[in-house]
Design a binder for this molecule. Structure first.
Ligand code: AMP
Length: 450
């Protein structure tokens, strides 16, 4: 009979508390990905162009936390929206605070504007930002759970000329990235007063067609009927064809605001299309709403897949809603991931960092030490240098220099390190010169000028 094995109390406790092993996946969570070095030229180009346009238009950068209190978003984006209902990454901290990863930037910008008393600054306050956002949506082409945005917000003015300028900036960035054939879809969803009337009209119409709506839209009829207008289900698209349109039901102030905006866009030569289905997914918008679409965002049947490159609008109530003064504002956000996809589809050449024209080779420990210093002197003088300090053999280093196609290789052996000299080899002719180490930076500069 097998003897019963005795185990210590400590081991028994360990066994009791042992958790089943979690599966270890060598990949990021679904809908998230790495952006590897070979992709970076596109991303650098997008960031460079967007930041240049923003600074040219007088915008200043603001960096915000990735995590904010959850109620900042519920209050501003609105509780009946998809983002709040389904897509937020929310959790409690160890201290018991309810926080969320930002699903967008505007709410955070408005929070920062109020918190830092920016209302005392000369108006309008112009801010830009860039960074990642998080939405727990179903991943598909052009839609990730972690994605990147660049955006601008202009805070403190009502005039539609600012709406036009904001659209002009987004359009300019997209255009400068080589993405042509971009169209701006634009609409006005009015102010709270005229939207209320319009909402009633719309609900009245949609109630009469309720049976034809998808399940989700039937529910939205009570919570957020405007969002039925941008449902992608065919049957809902059919229903909305004859639905009342917000731009036909604007109050005088909103109608004039919208008319002036369209006149400014015409003046700027920006192609736009009135789009009554454009309602945007966030509750804080008032008056102007717009989105940028590329001609390539249409599928074969010509029907728009509505993968916008960016979008935005006016949000005159948001700052007050969050506890600030009554402050009008307008802004846009561009989806950097989608801009990169579009650039690739169009075969746009991405920005490439220049290649180094100098290689620094070394032989022996003493020379390696000296090479580190020499590398620093060259780098400080603004000269890009390639090296392979980890290698010992001169042959393998010269091979790398040849592969990189540099014009000049500097060679530092034991003898040169002791003499205070450097060998400068012209890679095309194979000629070598011995140069005083103190003069090498100037000599290299002269050579590169040639
Ligand atoms: P929105 O304010 O939701 O319209 O977002 C602004 C822009 O961000 C959109 O026009 C897209 O270009 C981009 N965007 C939004 N959600 C995603 C996502 N899940 N994945 C990739 N890009 C996105």
């Amino acid at each position: 009979m097998p003897r019963k094995q005795k185990i210590s109390k400590k081991a028994a406790k360990k066994l009791k508390t042992a958790q089943p092993q979690e599966e270890f996946l060598l990949q990021p969570p679904r809908g998230m990905r790495d952006i590897l070095p070979q992709e970076q030229p596109y991303w650098q180009q997008v960031r460079r162009v967007s930041e240049k346009v923003a600074t040219d238009f007088g915008y200043q950068r603001v960096d915000l936390p990735l995590v904010e209190f959850t109620n900042l978003f519920t209050r501003s984006i609105g509780s009946g929206t998809d983002i709040i209902e389904k897509e937020m990454y929310s959790f409690s901290t160890k201290g018991g605070e309810r926080v969320s990863l930002r699903p967008e930037f505007t709410a955070g910008v408005a929070r920062a504007y109020i918190q830092h008393g920016m209302h005392i600054l000369p108006r309008p306050v112009k801010l830009y930002y860039t960074g990642s956002c998080y939405r727990y949506d179903r991943p598909q082409e052009g839609r990730w759970r972690e994605f990147y945005q660049f955006g601008c917000e202009v805070i403190g003015e009502q005039n539609p000329v600012l709406d036009a300028q904001i659209i002009q900036m987004g359009w300019r960035i997209i255009h400068q990235l080589g993405i042509r054939n971009v169209k701006v879809h634009v609409s006005s969803i009015g102010c709270p007063a005229c939207r209320k009337n319009y909402r009633n009209l719309l609900v009245h119409y949609l109630e009469s067609k309720k049976q034809k709506l998808c399940i989700d839209c039937k529910r939205k009829l009570d919570t957020n009927p405007l969002r039925i207008l941008d449902c992608k289900e065919d049957k809902c698209i059919q229903v909305r064809t004859n639905a009342p349109q917000s731009i036909d039901h604007l109050c005088d102030e909103c109608r004039i605001h919208f008319k002036e905006l369209l006149e400014y866009l015409e003046e700027l030569g920006i192609p736009f299309e009135l789009d009554s289905a454009l309602v945007r997914g966030l509750d804080y918008y008032t008056k102007t709403v717009f989105e940028f679409f590329s001609a390539l965002s249409s599928d074969d049947s010509g029907k728009s897949k509505r993968n916008a490159l960016g979008g935005g609008g006016r949000y005159d109530q948001l700052i007050k809603m969050l506890g600030g003064e009554d402050t009008p504002a307008v802004g846009f956000g561009l989806g950097l991931d989608r801009l990169v996809i579009e650039m690739k589809k169009l075969g746009v050449r991405a920005h490439k960092e220049p290649n180094p024209r100098i290689f620094l080779a070394q032989l022996g420990n003493f020379a390696k030490r000296k090479s580190l210093r020499l590398f620093e002197s060259l780098e400080r003088a603004g000269i890009m240098v390639a090296e392979s300090f980890g290698r010992g053999s001169l042959k393998s280093q010269m091979k790398i220099a040849g592969r990189l196609g540099v014009e000049v290789t500097l060679i530092l052996g034991q003898k040169e390190a002791l003499d205070g000299t450097v060998i400068m080899k012209d890679m095309a002719s194979g000629n070598q010169e011995i140069i005083d180490a103190g003069k090498i930076v100037d000599e290299v500069k002269k050579r590169l000028k040639k």
